[in-house]
Design a binder for this molecule. Structure first.
Ligand code: TYC
Length: 114
């Protein structure tokens, strides 16, 4: 008879930390790494076909995709050509800048945190 009310009295040895720890453990332990946009900039001198080749070679795009994206850069002044981890973005930028320099084209490639 007095059993049901007795069950409602909180146990003084229970600090209620159990529930809080369950919530804490459901939080993600790993934050996703930030992503970086790699961009190509337009200029008046780099040949269109060279830019198309760069997009095919370093960004794995088809010829049609590359031609379309090259035209976006040509018309708008710049375009995002890919989104990568910091290390991959840094490598793409270095590869494009080195390739353009070796062919004596002023093509510029930059990266920016997304
Ligand atoms: N504007 C260049 C031309 O008319 C073509 C070009 C496109 C250059 C994209 C750079 O990122 C670029 N030859």
């Amino acid at each position: 008879m007095a059993k049901f009310p007795a069950m409602m009295i909180s146990d003084p040895s229970d600090d209620n930390e159990g529930d809080a720890s369950v919530i804490t453990e459901t939080r993600p332990k790993t934050a996703r790494p930030p992503l970086y946009k790699v961009m190509l900039l337009n200029d008046d001198y780099t040949p269109m076909e060279f830019v198309v080749h760069v997009l095919e070679r370093f960004f794995g795009l088809t010829h049609a995709q590359s031609f379309e994206l090259m035209l976006v850069v040509h018309k708008k002044g710049l375009a995002v050509v890919g989104v990568f981890s910091f290390e991959v973005a840094e490598t793409k930028v270095a590869q494009v800048m080195d390739f353009a320099r070796r062919h004596q084209h002023p093509l510029q490639c930059t990266m920016e945190k997304e």
